[in-house]
Design a binder for this molecule. Structure first.
Ligand SMILES: [Zn+2]
Ligand SMILES: [Zn+2]
Length: 102
């Protein structure tokens, strides 16, 4: 527990039921130690999801699986800088995915 005023270590004074700062004399009720002790925001992993935007462009591409004439498409950058982007199609009907071959 660190003093919210001067950021120094506080010591519990159980008879008074408070955390007491020896440096500035500030006191904090013992029960609040858990809430103010540490931040939960730090260390939380950022999860990157491959989410589909609400509105994807569609193209007149025939699905090789079900024959549906319309498919969503996204551009996917390949790892090599000299390689062109690849279009990935996804059937609007059955969800089948395939890539455009050039
Ligand atoms: Zn203090
Ligand atoms: Zn399909």
């Amino acid at each position: 527990m660190f003093c919210p005023r001067c950021k120094r270590l506080m010591r519990p004074d159980r008879s008074a039921g408070v955390w007491k700062c020896a440096a500035c004399g500030n006191t904090v009720p013992l029960g609040k130690a858990v809430e103010t002790g540490r931040s939960e925001a730090k260390g939380r992993e950022m999860v990157v999801l491959e989410e589909r935007p609400a509105t994807l462009p569609t193209a007149e591409e025939e699905c090789p699986k079900c024959g549906n004439p319309r498919a969503y498409w996204v551009l996917r950058q390949t790892r090599g800088a000299d390689e062109p982007e690849t279009r990935i199609f996804e059937c609007t009907k059955c969800g089948h995915k395939w890539r455009e071959y050039q």
